[in-house]
Design a protein around this ligand. Sequence first.
Ligand SMILES: *[C@@H]1O[C@H](CO)[C@@H](O)[C@H](O)[C@H]1NC(C)=O
Ligand SMILES: *[C@@H]1O[C@H](CO)[C@@H](O)[C@H](O)[C@H]1NC(C)=O
Ligand SMILES: *[C@@H]1O[C@H](CO)[C@@H](O)[C@H](O)[C@H]1NC(C)=O
Ligand SMILES: *[C@@H]1O[C@H](CO)[C@@H](O)[C@H](O)[C@H]1NC(C)=O
Ligand SMILES: *[C@@H]1O[C@H](CO)[C@@H](O)[C@H](O)[C@H]1NC(C)=O
Ligand SMILES: *[C@@H]1O[C@H](CO)[C@@H](O)[C@H](O)[C@H]1NC(C)=O
Ligand SMILES: *[C@@H]1O[C@H](CO)[C@@H](O)[C@H](O)[C@H]1NC(C)=O
Ligand SMILES: *[C@@H]1O[C@H](CO)[C@@H](O)[C@H](O)[C@H]1NC(C)=O
Length: 908
Amino acid sequence: MASFIQIVKLKVLLFVIALLSSSSVAVFASLANSENGQELEALLKWKDSLDKSSSDLLSSWDFSPSNDTSPCDRWFGITCDKFGSIIHINLTNSQLKGTLQNFNFISFPNLLSLDLSNNSLYGTIPTHISNLSELSYLDFSANNLNGFIPESVGNLANLNILYLNNNQLSGSIPPTIGNLTKLTGLHLSLNHLTGHIPKEVGRMTSLTDLKLPMNNLSGQLPAEISNLTAMKILLMGTNRLSGYLPDRICSGGLLERLSVHTNHFVGPIPKDLKNCSSLVRVRFEENQLIGNISEVFGVYPNLNYIDLSYNKFVGKLLRNWGLSHNLTSFKISNNKIVGPIPAELAKATNLQILDLSANQLAGRIPKELGGLALLFSLELNDNKLLGSVPTELGFLSDLAKLNLAANRLSGSIPGQLGQFSKLLYLNLSNNWFTGKIPFQIGRLGSLQNLDLSLNLLTGEIPSELGLLKSLENFNLSHNQLSGYIPTTFDEMLSLTTVDVSYNMLAGPLPSNIAFRRAPAEALEHNKGLCGNTTAMETCRTMVKKSKGKLSKKVLMSIVAPLLATLILLFIIAATLFTRSRSAKNMIETREQEKENCFTIWGFDGKLMHECIIQATEDFNSKYCIGKGGSGSVYRAKLPTGQVVAVKKLHELDDDEVANLKSFSNEVNALTEVKHRNIVKLYGFCSHAKYSFLVYEYLEGGSLAKILKREVKARELDWNKRIQVVKAVANALTYMHHECFPPVIHRDISSNNILLDSEYEARVSDFGTARILNPDSSKLTSFAGTVGYFAPELAYGMEANEKCDVYSYGVLTLEIIMGKHPEDLLLSLSLPTSITTHRISLKDLLDHRLPPPIDQVAEEVVFTAKLAFSCLHTSPQFRPTMQQVSHQLSAQKPPLLDPLDMIKLEKLL
Ligand SMILES: *[C@@H]1O[C@H](CO)[C@@H](O)[C@H](O)[C@H]1NC(C)=O
Ligand SMILES: *[C@@H]1O[C@H](CO)[C@@H](O)[C@H](O)[C@H]1NC(C)=O
Ligand SMILES: *[C@@H]1O[C@H](CO)[C@@H](O)[C@H](O)[C@H]1NC(C)=O
Ligand SMILES: *[C@@H]1O[C@H](CO)[C@@H](O)[C@H](O)[C@H]1NC(C)=O
Ligand SMILES: *[C@@H]1O[C@H](CO)[C@@H](O)[C@H](O)[C@H]1NC(C)=O
Ligand SMILES: *[C@@H]1O[C@H](CO)[C@@H](O)[C@H](O)[C@H]1NC(C)=O
Ligand SMILES: *[C@@H]1O[C@H](CO)[C@@H](O)[C@H](O)[C@H]1NC(C)=O
Ligand SMILES: *[C@@H]1O[C@H](CO)[C@@H](O)[C@H](O)[C@H]1NC(C)=O
């Protein structure tokens, strides 16, 4: 009955307001007369105080004269009790921007929960928050609140949950917080809190969940923390805490997650941890803790993750660790652990990461470790391990990182290591390995880092190592390798640093940029390397020199003219020979080319072939306008006056030529692909000597070139860049969703985006990767450009549309930043990426352009956000190109923050 009357009262009131047709003063005045009205008035007042850019989610908060539904049912985020009084306010994720200063908390005597998390609220938390006397749930996390945590929160006696994490709060944790004896969850992580943790924390005996990581808290932990017997999750990593840990930390026997890493704790670890069998995740790394690990740790059946690295633990590894069957990560690097690696460790069959590096472990590597089928990172480096590498390690088929460096391992390097198809990092340096480098190493197709330096390796470098197409860093220095560096190394296109010093190598350096740019120290102390680098004598002068040494001056004066004559004769003979050869070739190839040329503009294949050879003077370099992974591009003006771009593919071996033939139908199909943002493919020619594709010619050049040149890059202003981003999205949408079968580009990069004279973008080179590599499950060197690959390709996944989406994400960031985002992507992939998250977007934008403003700024921010979504490591979470195009053409949301306030974390 009472509730009925309440509602009637409210409705009558609203009706009256409607009649008065509401100046807001009148509304507030009349509302103030009713109990609920006071609450509604307070909400409206607060709404009015919010920044104008706040979301329109609160548009339902009004008194529409024609709407007689109660605000309790109509207002967004509001829940009332049966008397019409507000009990829940939930405005999470609502893009609200403003302060809490005008939130009249005293008007909500019955409020139970207040969730304003994940908005853009700023300013301080008002003291009168304590007026919410009934409140049990308070969540202000993920805003920009600053100032202190008010002491008055201690008066919120009914509070169960207090989440203030991820703000800019400073000052210390008020001791009054100890009054919150009903509190179960307290999250204060990711703020700037200082001072010590008050001992009053020990009074919050209901606490199950205390999270304080990533603040600047200092001082010792209060011993009272031992009294928190309900505790399940206790996190305080990355602070400046010091002193001893309390004796007891698992006193309730419920502790699951304990994290004190990256602080200055000293002394032993809590005694009761030995029997704390509830533990699931434990992080002690980066402190100065001491103790004998074989005594202080017990058996933890639920343990999933433990990191004890960078402390001062001593003692042996017990076989007990193998009884933690759920253990996936075991890290204890940089301590003083002695003794052997127990073979029983291999019983922890879920292990994925095992890091025992930088200790004093001795004995052999147990062959049983080969049974850890899920292992993807094994680091045993910097110990005193002896003996040979067990061939059983070859069974670790998921291994991505293997570091055995700086031990005393001996014998030959087992060829079985060539079985790690996913290996990215292999370091065997600084051991006593002897014998040859096994040629099987060349099968490690994903390998990016290979270090075999500081061993006793002999023999020649196997030419198979040239197959390591993803290799970036390569060190063979300080061995006894001899012979020539294989010419296959010319093809190692990813290589950036190389060191072959201190060997017995001779002969010419590979024509590979890493060798050409190598500093002298990386090549010195060999038998006779030569090449055209600053650090090296050219091969010709080397030959002269050694000849000079051998022959005497007198002899030289006779031999030299003779030699010169011989050479001259030889040159004449050779020229004649090659001429007749090439004439013969011409005839042969002309026979073949008819079948293999395709054209859609009236020429027959033979004619087209001839025209192009003539127009480019047999592919003279003066017509070359660009080079890419799969070939060089020439500009050819045909007799008809038409200008075309001709892509001459690198010389192919017999297998590949065979493939070309079998895929000629597919090429023909590609000539059917027509879209205003796709470069037209006119035709294709292949035979033994030259294979080339004929494309529409665009005078604007490639995006890569434009971004590299200061003046051109400035001409490509923000509007034009946005247009390029949209054009590429449209082209890819067409290929993926409107062609049948879908065309996967597989090599989206700034080199393959061409612009016409009006800066309209066109995608070129689509489908080339597929023609050249029909076995699509394989990743070869020219299927894609380094730096644009989707990560799953490195793991041998089949290329699909989502790989293009990834490359598109990289390309889009490149357009916005004016350069390839490799450093950004790398730092985002690191564990320390949290600092990268706080970089402002504005700092990443191409500084050659003035910062975008107004609508353009909205477009840029939106585009950046979309680009990051394309870079999701899991392909299934990336949007499709159709979704990308759709979003790009939709109305962009207005910016809530000025550009320099937008941090990367808001976009990721
Ligand atoms: C009242 O507002 C609610 C929610 O905003 C809406 O669904 C309803 O149609 C409105 N009623 C009238 C009569 O306007
Ligand atoms: C607020 O709403 C969100 C989503 O609607 C929900 O996930 C969250 O649990 C709610 N908060 C509270 C305190 O009920
Ligand atoms: C935060 O809110 C935004 C919308 O404002 C939403 O897209 C995002 O998913 C939210 N984040 C979390 C962690 O809920
Ligand atoms: C409301 O909060 C203020 C500031 O903490 C306090 O002084 C005042 O007594 C409170 N009023 C009530 C009724 O709780
Ligand atoms: C709250 O805590 C403070 C400091 O710990 C104490 O002085 C005060 O009496 C407590 N208030 C209540 C209501 O318990
Ligand atoms: C822990 O609680 C007990 C009572 O349960 C009390 O006697 C003791 O003083 C408390 N210890 C600390 C350090 O607060
Ligand atoms: C091991 O992990 C699985 C899945 O996470 C879980 O279901 C199981 O209970 C755990 N086993 C133990 C002994 O904790
Ligand atoms: C050596 O390199 C320079 C520039 O790197 C080049 O101009 C020159 O032609 C090269 N000489 C030979 C003999 O390859």
